[in-house]
Design a protein around this ligand. Structure first.
Ligand code: ZN
Length: 226
């Protein structure tokens, strides 16, 4: 469906496109903006590898399913298998840090939530995980203090910092690995800060980790078959 491949420091890495483990409700201001309750443990859900597309150039979004919200999230590229891992093993398994959009058909998600049904149709559809190039972790001084931003049409719309996460990066990996073997080539998305909203056609998006990562894409809507 697309030519996405994992890249670290702009170089292709030959790891398979795996599953994407996502965390919901990991920043308190975002929990408040959607009127959700605070979790006692990380809320996990999965996206399949078919949700991966490059966050670069054009972002094609099927507008057949109602509003499509952006959620900007720090993404971790995993290079080692993790199962019931320690925090030290989790830290060593991270081979890249980048940004993804956890695209969400919000109207559909609200409908599914209200009916007590799984979210996959609203969050795990084809192309629902546009992802940037990754930066190797040795470029970061502290994984618990990474700032990131989303700009739309030149205006800052989301600003996050891993220091404000309810569950830290390594805590998420350890917790998730109790349930799912995390394999080389899998991604872990760590939750969105506040400021989520609907995309519109022709929006110019820019994702940034100051001084380390800068990526741009333009939204184009289509309906049904491309
Ligand atoms: Zn999310």
């Amino acid at each position: 469906m697309n030519d996405y491949s994992h890249t670290v420091n702009d170089k292709h890495v030959s790891l398979p496109l795996g599953k994407i483990i996502c965390v919901g409700r990991n920043y308190s201001e975002h929990i408040s903006e959607l009127g959700n309750s605070f979790p006692e443990s990380p809320i996990l859900f999965l996206k399949p590898s078919t949700s991966l597309v490059d966050f670069d150039g054009q972002l094609k979004i099927d507008s057949s399913f109602g509003s499509c919200h952006f959620e900007t999230e720090l993404a971790l590229l995993i290079g080692e298998e993790l199962k019931n891992c320690s925090e030290d093993e989790a830290m060593k398994a991270i081979i890249g840090i980048g940004l993804s959009l956890d695209l969400t058909y919000r109207d559909l998600q609200n409908k599914l939530k209200s009916e007590g049904l799984p979210w996959e149709k609203s969050k795990s559809f084809d192309g629902s995980c546009p992802t940037t190039n990754f930066i190797s972790p040795n470029h970061f001084t502290n994984l618990n203090d990474i700032q990131f931003n989303l700009f739309i049409n030149g205006k800052e719309r989301q600003r996050g910092d891993s220091s404000a996460m309810i569950f830290s990066i390594v805590k998420i990996l350890c917790y998730a690995s109790q349930y799912f073997s995390i394999l080389p080539g899998d991604l872990v998305l760590t939750g969105t800060p506040s400021g989520v909203g609907a995309l519109t056609s022709n929006d110019e998006l820019r994702l940034e980790i100051p001084n380390l990562l800068n990526a741009s894409a333009k939204v184009s809507f289509f309906r049904g078959k491309q």
